[in-house]
Ligand binder design. Structure first.
Ligand SMILES: [Zn+2]
Length: 220
């Protein structure tokens, strides 16, 4: 509720809750049961928002972990119930370029995966990006209608301007995500917008400039 009110105050019309999933034990990752519980919590929050007269909506999502072989750590039945599924690599960052690329391609081929979060996994001044065949990733994103995320967190911004421009030219759509872990983090969106502009994105390239209903139409 606190995050929803902060996002609404920041001028947003909706937000997606995308908690990490179970194989990320250090973050207390959600399993299928916890996600189902969270979905009913979100229904409650949305009802409360309406009761308060706020036209703000919380979307049901998750940030599922891509296993080393490209499978996901949440079953398809549960993923199908979510409104917005992001998938991301968090472990096995040293795989070869070929293995890493195949891993992410397999995740994009999952019919429930809408967005790949922080694709290259770079952390500024802390961690090098994973090795990827970016052209093949872009081609697969196009074929599977997968969105690429511009992660606005100032420590990430790991889709670089040149990645963004290349993918845009191939017809890929993007989401700009605050990666907010606290109410004050919605301000990070500005960094993501600046990064998107450096990659020549326009409003039409970014799905979360759209009203919630229209945005959800674009997702798988
Ligand atoms: Zn992540």
């Amino acid at each position: 509720m606190e995050m929803a009110v902060a996002a609404s105050d920041a001028g947003l019309e909706y937000m997606a809750v995308t908690d990490h999933t179970r194989t990320l034990a250090m973050t207390g990752g959600a399993d299928e049961k916890k996600l189902l519980r969270q979905m009913s919590e979100i229904d409650k929050v949305n009802r409360e928002l309406r009761r308060r007269g706020l036209s703000f909506r919380v979307l049901k999502g998750a940030e599922v972990n891509i296993l080393p072989d490209g499978r996901l750590d949440i079953d398809d039945k549960t993923l199908a119930k979510l409104e917005c599924v992001g998938a991301a690599v968090h472990t096995h960052l040293k795989l070869s370029r070929k293995e890493q690329t195949e891993r992410i391609i397999r995740a994009m081929e999952n019919p429930h995966v809408d967005i790949i979060f922080h694709l290259t996994d770079r952390l500024i001044q802390k961690r090098e990006p994973i090795q990827l065949d970016f052209d093949l990733i872009v081609k697969t994103a196009k074929r599977t209608k997968t969105i690429l995320e511009v992660d606005a967190h100032p420590g990430r911004l790991d889709l670089k301007d040149e990645h963004i421009r290349k993918a845009k030219e191939a017809g890929i759509k993007f989401s700009i995500d605050s990666d907010a872990h606290a109410a004050s983090h919605f301000a990070f969106l500005e960094f993501g917008i600046a990064q998107a502009r450096r990659g020549w994105l326009e409003k039409k390239d970014v799905i979360n400039t759209l009203p919630a209903e229209d945005m959800l139409q674009i997702l798988k």
